[in-house]
Write a protein that binds this ligand. Structure first.
Ligand code: BYC
Length: 304
């Protein structure tokens, strides 16, 4: 039987029954739980627009997307369960503030263009971050990521298509798109985490092959991928320092406001309190469903 270090060195997967250092298990629980919480909290900014969608077609697309996000949360909670973490316990840790979720979901969605921009930029950033996680060293997480990425790709396309449609509309619609891009660009860059020099977890997570690229590498990849899409769409990315650097073969770009990221992660973003209050209320209102399901399961077990 191979040891943990041999499995990692051979670039194979660690499975739930394999021996693993306690620090590896803790890191996986931390990342998977945060990821799961992000999917579930991430349903709120877009969910708000389901009853306000401009057409039946847009409503059906948005409903499907938000339901996918619930599904992603569930795959991820199931992956955390393989590490001995109970979903109910993880939910408690989210709503009492002991565990984090992505900073991006603490910003408000002010118009329907935000739905398109979340699909294009936020899901675009998520794909950039998550495709390498399909090769992450923890088997259940890597396998969950494969399906998640396929669905994220649909999410990104629906956002881009929505924006293309609006950009072909009236001047007011084009202005709505530009306004949404202006508000979501910098928070999207912050999704990749702090700069490498201030990222305490990256070196170890790279050594364990949980992460395959650093935060800054993925952020650069996202910028390079997004600039031509913005040009095609006809919007301006709100960064005066953004330009092609032929020597590096990459775009140079400005510095995100890292103090803002710290504030938002620390609980002081525009919507943190509202997001957690909604999640807590939904959890409390769902107590009777959990009790009924448990009673049903006990009854089924008792009947021969
Ligand atoms: N927001 O050492 P670092 C989605 C924390 S869902 C909040 O670089 P690491 C979608 C970090 O946790 C998107 N916290 O950490 C859903 C750490 O704190 P702790 C979610 C952040 O883990 C619905 C500290 O800062 N995606 O796409 O090496 C609709 C230092 O950071 C953030 C994932 O969760 C942040 N932005 O790297 C639409 C992907 N950044 O835990 C879309 C999986 C950093 O030590 N996660 N922190 O207290 C990852 O890839 C990595 O965990 C991160 C951070 C790149 C996020």
């Amino acid at each position: 039987m191979s040891t943990f270090d041999e499995v990692i060195a051979a670039d194979q997967r660690i499975e739930p029954r394999d021996e693993m250092p306690e620090a590896y298990r803790k890191t996986m629980v931390r990342q998977i739980a945060q990821h799961a919480h992000s999917e579930i909290i991430g349903m709120q900014p877009e969910g708000y627009w389901i009853t306000r969608a401009p057409s039946l077609r847009r409503k059906a697309i948005l409903l499907a997307k938000v339901q996918d996000e619930a599904g992603h949360g569930l795959y991820l909670y199931a992956a955390a369960e393989t590490l001995g973490m109970d979903r109910a316990d993880l939910t408690e840790r989210l709503i009492d503030g002991r565990q984090k979720y992505s900073s991006i979901f603490n910003y408000p969605t002010l118009s329907y263009a935000d739905v398109g921009v979340i699909g294009w930029l936020v899901d675009g950033a998520a794909i950039c971050n998550q495709v390498p996680l399909c090769r992450s060293s923890y088997g259940p997480y890597a396998r969950a990521m494969i399906r998640v990425c396929k669905e994220e790709s649909f999410h990104q396309r629906q956002g881009y298509e929505l924006l293309m449609t609006m950009m072909g509309g009236t001047a007011a619609q084009r202005a709505m798109v530009q306004d949404a891009v202006d508000r979501w660009w910098w928070p999207s860059l912050m999704m990749f985490g702090p700069p490498d020099a201030d990222s305490p977890n990256t070196a170890r997570s790279m050594a364990w092959r949980i992460k395959r690229h650093t935060n800054d590498e993925l952020r650069q990849k996202f910028v390079d991928m997004t600039v031509p899409q913005a040009e095609r769409l006809g919007v301006t990315l709100p960064d005066p320092e953004l330009r092609w650097n032929a020597e590096r073969g990459h775009h140079d770009f400005g510095t995100p406001d890292w103090d803002e990221l710290k504030r938002v992660i620390g609980g002081d973003g525009p919507c943190n309190a509202e997001r957690i209050a909604n999640r807590r209320r939904a959890h409390e209102e769902g107590a009777w469903v959990r009790e009924a399901a448990a009673a049903h399961a006990r009854k089924k077990e008792a009947t021969p």
